[in-house]
Design a protein around this ligand. Structure first.
Ligand code: BDR
Ligand code: CA
Length: 314
């Protein structure tokens, strides 16, 4: 039986590849996508999520709009990385599938209450606003969650939006604090892993040759790689968010430790830092499986096989 997931996302080119990877994988049943403000404002992230589903031939997937700003702070966006639309790199179109009725947070709560306890996994790949709001409003759903597999944070890699913080956690640290303190089984795919999941030129060309879906992926990564090339001298684009989906499909591609991770919300220079007790020196209880290593070749093999499958099916 396929594993039921809800993807909470702020697309973003790497979110797009993550969503395509999930939709291409028979092991996963995408129950819905909840959009959140992050890389770009909510009016664009919810539209982008519908565009991505249509590119995959899955305009039937319910896309719900969630929160348009963090719990307490003004929204910080990342157009400097993702472009004005969030999905720069392809010719964008108006999606024909409508936005699903109902707030994204209500969708998360209702789905977790309706489905058998322990059967639904949450995959947050943007700021954690929607997830924290759902936990605040309906704490009864927390013990019903099978697992949360999220992209966010960093330890050895420290930060990408500030010297101390990764973007998803930085945008809404109060929300991240709620999620990390929730007690739900939590797996974290931080920058330490995702900065190793960098595309190569040869891989992008394989995508381009695959068909329309692969061409979209190539267009996105062509656009998105320029930021990391300039900043880190990377070879290509980091596929941050697909790591969360790949972990669900093949956990053996990743290695990490069960440790305590606290979120810094008040630091003068360290807002949004994930204080990860990798060496277990704090004595605080472990609350997350924090990944540190990735089998890069295995990861790209998986992504290639699945994305090209969408083209063969189309
Ligand atoms: C995360 O921030 C966004 O820019 C990406 O989509 C990813 O979720 C990486 O820090
Ligand atoms: Ca994202």
């Amino acid at each position: 039986m396929a594993r039921k997931i809800i993807i909470d996302s702020d697309p973003g080119q790497d979110d797009a590849v993550a969503i395509l990877l999930a939709l291409a994988s028979p092991e996963l049943e995408v129950m819905g996508i909840t959009a959140v403000a992050g890389n770009v404002p909510l009016d664009l992230t919810q539209k982008n999520a519908r565009i991505i589903c249509e590119i995959a031939g899955r305009g039937d997937i319910a896309v719900h709009a969630g929160y348009d700003r963090p719990m307490l702070r003004p929204l910080v966006t990342a157009e400097h990385v993702h472009g004005k639309s969030g999905l720069d790199g392809i010719d964008l179109f108006e999606p024909s599938s409508p936005l699903a009725p109902g707030h994204g947070v209500d969708f998360i709560i209702e789905t977790l209450r309706r489905e058998p306890s322990g059967s639904v996994t949450l995959v947050p790949i943007g700021p954690l606003t929607n997830i924290a709001a759902a936990f605040h409003r309906a704490p009864d759903i927390i013990p019903r969650i099978a697992e949360i597999a999220l992209m966010g944070g960093a330890y050895f890699e420290v930060g990408n939006i500030t010297p101390a913080a990764e973007f998803n956690i930085y945008v809404d640290p109060e929300a991240a604090k709620v999620v990390f303190a929730s007690g739900a089984p939590l797996t974290v795919l931080p920058l330490d892993v995702t900065h190793r999941a960098v595309t190569s030129r040869a891989w992008v060309e394989t995508m381009r040759d695959s068909g329309p879906v692969g061409q979209a992926v190539a267009g996105w990564t062509d656009f998105f790689e320029r930021f990391d090339r300039e900043k880190y001298g990377s070879e290509g684009a980091p596929l941050h968010d697909p790591c969360a989906i790949a972990y669900l499909l093949k956990p053996e591609l990743f290695r990490g430790r069960s440790i305590n991770v606290e979120i810094e919300t008040t630091g003068e220079f360290t807002r949004g830092m994930t204080v990860a007790d990798w060496w277990r020196v704090s004595g605080r209880k472990a609350n997350a499986q924090f990944m540190r290593e990735i089998d890069r070749d295995g990861f790209f093999e998986l992504v290639t096989r699945r994305i090209t499958r969408l083209d063969r099916a189309g």
